[in-house]
Write a new protein. Structure first.
Length: 538
């Protein structure tokens, strides 16, 4: 099989690249390991309850909606307001003024830290102003700059001056948010309450801009997978050849050939890799590279990738509940960040997890120790809760509600438990502990109303998507020599690889990552390929 463009990975980056290269009239094929493209944005229909398996909402960031407009695609959506709750206190985030409500929430819980809280809120306000600049216009990558002069002179150029004066401040705020918060407050519980919303060692600018993110959330009618369905349908309508249930197992850069898990060989002029990046360099036949310089760079880059791991992963409990949506609507919005206790995770996360991992299996009562850790972890953790039916009434049977309760969860611990042979017991334990927490706090009696449940772990994410370490946002933060571009002004370079005629896109190419970055890098990679194969055309 011969194609102009071969794309590996059918997530947001792969489908974006497929849409644009297909629209350009190129002969394009996409291989994906799942039955249906979509990557992390999949959907499950369980007895009439529709569950989003990946993102709980979509952040526009001046990227998603301009991309849809550029492709002339229409997506119905609603705003997806967020609630934040601690203990029995809950506030809704509806505008920038809601930051005052958040400050009052924290001050009510930690009155001894009132002055420190004021300082933190001032910093958040400053970051929000900067993020308003960074994402303040429709991204120019999705504009035809050869024709849209009004956009250039009235929007792009005035924005560019603001961007250049802002991006320097953003680039200096890269230290881990835990370290930043330690300079702002001596209250460990307050630090945890703010910091445990995020992956460990998340850059300060990314973490402290979350209020801007909350206000930017959209929810596609039909669920978050609607966006992927639109892109997939568009690309196939433009001639994309889709090969589901295929994994790339061999890449020969010299022959420009890729072999998949069925043994079939595809020949390409350009390859865009939008899947797990480590798997690309595992698949490459380095010995077949005759150019010594390319070979040395590829070997060095592959070694560098092996030194890094994917970001923290997520455990999710999916519940079908015999309770009306109105019951939950009185408590929170359809997107809810909730912490049962104001104490914070503290040493349970910093020391308890490390001790478990270092000594797993060496104690005769290792199972008991893990269970004790999990119980405390869920009692003190912060959960991201999604209630799809509050955003789209069609996503659950009449009078009933689907809930998704998620929290950050360690991949290595999950893997060790799986290897020890009690993975299924782990999922039941987690479900029981989480139900206990919510039944005794914000949703009293929840357990008695559960009709059905299932659980997704970091291993589920790894199995379904192929992402190393079950990562959902690319590389783990905090380690030196990160193998990804991490400055916005250099994002166009993020799609380059050490290999000729092979580009990359998606969450592994830029840090911090997410859906908008996946779409953006998919478009940038597509533009490079189109330019090289069809000189003079966009």
């Amino acid at each position: 099989m011969k194609y102009d463009v071969l794309i590996v990975g059918g997530g947001a980056a792969g489908l974006t690249a497929a849409a644009y290269t297909s629209r350009a009239g190129l002969h394009v094929a996409l291989l994906d390991k799942q039955e249906k493209p979509g990557g992390l944005l999949q959907q499950v229909n369980r007895k009439g309850f529709i569950f989003d398996m990946g993102l709980r909402a979509i952040e526009d960031s001046g990227i998603i909606l301009p991309m849809l407009s550029d492709l002339n695609l229409s997506m119905e959506y609603v705003k997806s307001p967020v609630s934040i709750g601690i203990g029995d206190r809950v506030i809704s985030i509806t505008s920038k003024e809601s930051l005052r409500d958040y400050q009052e929430l924290l001050e009510a819980i930690y009155p001894e830290s009132r002055g420190e809280i004021e300082g933190i809120i001032r910093f958040i306000k400053r970051i929000m102003k900067d993020m308003d600049v960074i994402y303040g216009i429709e991204n120019p990558v999705f504009k035809d700059l050869t024709r849209d002069y009004q956009y250039i002179f009235k929007r792009l150029l005035p924005w560019l001056f603001k961007f250049l004066s802002t991006i320097g401040r953003i680039n200096r705020l890269t230290r881990p948010v835990e370290e930043f918060l330690a300079t702002k407050t001596t209250n460990p519980s307050l630090r945890d309450m703010i910091g445990q919303h995020f992956f460990q060692k998340t850059p300060t600018f990314f973490a402290m801009s979350y209020f801007s993110v909350y206000l930017d959330y959209l929810y596609p009618l039909g669920g978050t997978a609607t966006l992927m369905n639109l892109l997939s349908g568009y690309a196939q309508g433009e001639g994309l050849a889709l090969y589901p249930c295929r994994e790339a197992v061999g890449v020969d850069p010299e022959k420009q050939a890729l072999t998949d898990s069925t043994g079939e060989t595809f020949y390409y002029k350009k390859l865009i890799w939008c899947a797990d990046l480590k798997s690309l360099y595992r698949a490459v036949n380095v010995n077949a590279i005759s150019d010594v310089r390319v070979k040395e760079k590829t070997v060095a880059w592959s070694s560098r990738l092996r030194e890094h791991r994917g970001e923290d992963s997520v455990l999710s409990l999916f519940l079908s509940v015999d309770e009306s949506p109105e019951y939950f609507r009185k408590i929170c919005e359809g997107h809810f960040f909730y912490t049962p206790s104001p104490k914070g995770l503290g040493n349970i996360l910093r020391e308890g997890l490390k001790e478990l991992l270092d000594n797993f299996g060496t104690y005769p009562d290792s199972n008991v120790r893990v269970k004790h850790f999990l119980k405390g972890y869920f009692e003190l953790n912060t959960f991201e809760i999604s209630i799809p039916v509050l955003k789209d009434p069609s996503l659950a049977p009449t009078g009933k509600t689907g809930l998704i309760l998620s929290c950050l969860f360690d991949y290595t611990l999950t893997r060790k438990i799986h290897e020890a042979g009690w993975y299924e017991e782990l999922k039941k334990l987690c479900a029981d502990y989480i139900l206990d927490v919510f039944s005794e706090s914000i949703f009293p009696g929840l357990r008695s109303k559960v009709l059905d449940w299932f659980c997704s772990t970091p291993l589920s994410i790894e199995r379904i998507t192929g992402n190393s370490d079950g990562a959902i946002t690319g590389w783990a933060f905090g380690k030196e020599n990160l193998p990804a571009v991490h400055k916005m002004q250099q994002v166009v370079k993020s799609v380059l690889t050490t290999l000729p005629n092979i580009f990359q896109a998606g969450q592994w190419t830029y840090s911090p990552s997410g859906l908008p970055i996946a779409v953006l890098t998919g478009k940038i990679a597509a533009d490079r390929v189109i330019k090289e194969l069809r000189p003079g055309k966009k």
